[in-house]
Design a protein around this ligand. Structure first.
Ligand code: CO
Ligand code: CO
Length: 323
């Protein structure tokens, strides 16, 4: 459910550059002519067994929304729900250490947080960042003629479900875990030299869900080439066995009227809708800049980065998937 729809309507505030109406990655508030405040929050239940890794992933995921707005993360607050009597303090200390290491890597600082006693562990962060008000990357503004670049592979939701069912190899487990823990810092920094028209990060609504938000808000349609989309090794195999998280299935369901899948198989459709934690940046930018940006991403070690499609004039559907 998109809880944002339940929010009461607010009086317009001129300083609010990005509010919740466009389902963007973070809120943006103009403090001065040269400084805008970027704020976001995200938390969830453990998605991997290793608490240190879980902390890193939760932090990379929360920090990502600031990167997706073109900002620099500055301060973070930890949000903790934890059954301390049941699990003891050591696991929580490892979660916090993982998050702290990622926050440090991001060049930000932890300023505090809040914890409650909870039956099931939950962890996340509220992140505050800064950017120039004229240099905010919104999730609207994509133009026909742009191409779409994705910086990290998809399939994270399906692969982590596979881990829970002991259906993935140790190598595959390592790959998906490292993918989630990887900051979008270098992808965002590399983008600073270009002129992106729309930017978001791929998370819970999946590649097609977040893509459809850009297309709808920009009044354009997308053409996505399935064969160009980077997908984690093992994802299609698991999807064909029905190892798919509920979130990915519900993404597929709510997107069904917005997407033309042509002859794409049911498993491939689900993979494109896979609900992701800490996914890559999805960028719409001029075609002339795309190859150079992808090269810059690869030079940063983002070896799966690719041009995955293009922006076209608005048609009947928001997204057309081709082979
Ligand atoms: Co986001
Ligand atoms: Co978010």
């Amino acid at each position: 459910m998109q809880v944002l729809r339940l929010l009461p309507v607010q009086e317009p505030v001129p300083e609010l550059l990005v509010g919740h109406e466009t389902s963007d990655d973070a809120g943006v508030y103009k403090l001065t002519e040269s400084i805008a405040l970027i704020q976001t929050i995200d938390y969830f239940t453990p998605i991997v067994d290793d608490p240190y890794m879980f902390g890193q992933i939760a932090a990379a995921n929360a920090l990502s929304d600031v990167y997706a707005m073109g900002g620099e993360p500055k301060t973070v607050l930890n949000i903790v729900g934890y059954p301390v009597k049941k699990l003891g303090p050591d696991i929580l200390a490892e979660i916090l250490r993982g998050a702290s290491d990622k926050v440090k890597e991001a060049g930000a600082v932890t300023v505090g947080g809040h914890s409650i006693d909870d039956q099931e562990p939950k962890f996340g962060l509220s992140v505050t960042g800064l950017a120039h008000p004229d240099k905010i990357w919104k999730n609207v503004g994509a133009l026909p003629g742009d191409v779409l670049v994705l910086s990290k592979p998809i399939g994270v939701g399906i692969m982590t479900t596979g881990i829970k069912r002991s259906a993935v190899s140790p190598e595959q487990e390592q790959e998906v875990t490292e993918t989630m823990a990887l900051l979008n810092k270098s992808a965002a920094e590399a983008l600073q030299g270009f002129t992106p028209h729309a930017v978001t990060d791929v998370t819970g609504f999946g590649l097609l869900g977040h893509g459809s938000e850009i297309a709808r808000g920009s009044d354009v349609s997308f053409e996505i080439a399935l064969s160009k989309v980077p997908v984690l090794d093992g994802t299609y195999e698991l999807a064909s066995k029905g190892v798919v998280p509920g979130g990915s299935k519900s993404n597929h369901k709510w997107l069904i009227d917005d997407v033309d899948y042509e002859d794409i198989s049911a498993e491939e459709q689900i993979v494109l809708c896979d609900a992701i934690t800490s996914g890559g940046l999805l960028v719409s930018l001029p075609e002339a800049e795309a190859d150079q940006y992808v090269e810059a991403l690869k030079a940063q070690g983002l070896i799966h980065a690719a041009v995955i499609g293009k922006v076209i004039e608005k048609k009947d559907k928001l997204i057309y998937v081709k082979r």
